[in-house]
Design a protein around this ligand. Structure first.
Ligand code: UDP
Length: 481
């Protein structure tokens, strides 16, 4: 088409949270590898904590250095203020934070767009994610088509869709044991659906999702961080409602046996790379890797139970215990290991503040992953073929755990039974044994490896994901402004 401009520019927007930035940046790199220019805008608070490389700040760009010319597509990072002071404790005052980013942050983003665009240099599309629904209004205001990268599972997308469009399908949500049936999903208990819509959680989360689903008709493409073999039925069931197009799994190419052509990460904490050398010295498939993501924090009781179980298990372990997420935060839940634990386990255990999780999961010494089942961690463990011990806490994690344990059957879930009010050390030990020893463990590993192969197949050149990406990009080119 003669009117088509060759250079396609896309703006992506995400809050400065590791679990949001990772899939957005991985998608940005995928677009760049296909010739699209991407600007990724996040909030200035990221500048406080970004790893040193990234702090080269406003000129930061991620690029294929081998063949760089001034016109080479790249990921530019841009920052806008969420309207709060640097030292404001966003994690513990989430309602004020979300209110500010929606009102003041959205204005700042709008001004940034005005500054970045010029007559001959327009964005073809703005890609939001589910947690910045107000971006849809900003896109409309600037007359830019809007896409959404859904950064949780397609199952969660379908569940929210039905909740907001067909609430009559849901039982009363006050009783966590009530059950519900939705298309292409196993029977669910209320306690397994996203906690954002449960009455026990602050209304602000439900409002955020309600805002998003009210604006769904203004979103031209919903892209999913998933692949066919993982959620085929649910993707098919949404096709006639409000389709979601799988473009995942969004993990680093090396996890899928591909070359990384666009290098660079946006890390809020510095990974302790020494843990890879430490893993090198451990026997094949022996290490329990433990991490509960970037936001969840164990209580002292939970931490003590995990520590006791690790001590009793006599196995090597690598445990990520991160510092409070925000500088200056008075995170009251931040707990510590009992004195003596590190000393007693130093021959076989390593505790780090942060690691390169993908590299850890790909390491042959890793036997299993004790995880909170955030969607990125879920995809990363699936792609690495590593069985899991699930310990979900909130939002989408309980349903991700159900997918891994009950549907895909590549792990076990730590439970709180009967009279217990806290996770017991015995339960943690039971799960470690079940996922690492005996026939059942071998079956889980076999299924995990099969899924790993399926993920690789899904992203082969010319495969379904490749085709979905090409279609999306050619549609973008078609509307180049
Ligand atoms: N992660 C990491 N190092 C760690 C722990 C986590 O790089 O020590 C990364 C992990 O690979 C994943 C992200 O942080 O990409 C966490 O995202 P997820 O959706 O699993 O959980 P969230 O942090 O959003 O709860």
């Amino acid at each position: 088409m003669e009117s088509q401009r060759e250079e396609v520019r896309v703006l992506m927007v995400a809050m400065a949270m590791q679990g949001h930035l990772n899939p957005m940046l991985r998608f940005a790199k995928l677009l760049v590898s296909k010739g699209v220019h991407v600007t990724l805008a996040t909030t200035e608070v990221a500048l406080q904590s970004l790893s040193v490389d990234s702090r080269i700040s406003n000129t930061f760009s991620i690029i294929n250095q081998d063949s760089a010319t001034p016109k080479t597509p790249r990921v530019h990072l841009e920052f806008f203020s969420d309207g709060l002071d640097d030292d404001f404790d966003r994690k513990n005052h989430i309602e004020s934070f979300l209110e500010s980013i929606q009102t003041k942050g959205s204005r700042n983003l709008s001004n940034l767009i005005t500054n970045l665009e010029s007559e001959n240099n327009k964005f073809s599309c703005i890609i939001t994610n589910p947690f910045t629904p107000w971006v849809v209004a900003i896109a409309l205001e600037h007359d830019i088509p809007c896409a959404m990268l859904w950064i949780q599972s397609c199952t969660i997308y379908s569940l929210y869709y039905h909740f907001f469009k067909h609430p009559q399908l849901f039982p009363p949500l006050e009783d966590p044991n009530n059950t519900l049936m939705l298309p292409a999903m196993p029977v669910l208990q209320v306690k397994e659906i996203p906690s954002f819509i449960l009455p026990s959680k602050p209304e602000i989360f439900k409002k955020m999702m309600a805002d998003l689903f009210q604006r769904l008709d203004k979103i031209k493409w919903v892209l999913g961080n998933s692949f066919k073999e993982l959620e085929e039925d649910v993707v098919a069931s949404m096709a006639s409602l409000n389709p979601i197009i799988p473009v995942g799994p969004l993990v680093s190419p090396c996890m899928l046996g591909k070359k990384e052509t666009v290098a660079g990460n946006v890390d809020i904490w510095n990974a302790e790379d020494s843990c890879i050398e430490w893993l090198d010295k451990k026997p094949f498939s022996s290490v329990i890797y433990i991490s509960f993501g970037s936001l969840n924090v164990l209580t002292q009781d939970q931490m003590d139970s995990v520590a006791t179980a690790l001590k009793n298990s006599n196995r090597p372990f690598l445990w990520v215990i991160k510092p409070p997420a925000v500088r200056g935060s008075d995170d009251k839940k931040f707990c510590e290991l009992k004195s003596g634990f590190l000393e007693e386990t130093k021959e076989r255990g390593l505790v780090v503040k942060w690691c390169s999780q993908e590299r850890v999961l790909m390491h042959p010494s890793v036997a299993c992953f004790m995880t909170h089942c955030g969607w990125n961690s879920t995809l990363e463990t699936v792609v690495a073929g590593v069985p899991i011990i699930a310990y979900p806490e909130w939002t989408d994690q309980p349903l991700d755990a159900k997918l891994l344990v009950d549907v895909l059957k590549i792990g076990v879930k730590m439970r709180i039974n009967g009279e217990d009010t806290v996770l017991s050390a015995e339960e943690v030990e039971r799960c470690i044994t079940e996922v690492t020893e005996g026939l059942k463990a071998m079956e889980m590993k076999r299924r995990a490896v099969a899924l790993k192969e399926a993920a690789k197949k899904a992203v082969e050149d010319g495969g379904s994901i490749d085709q979905n990406m090409d279609r999306f990009i050619s549609e973008l080119k078609g509307i180049c402004r």
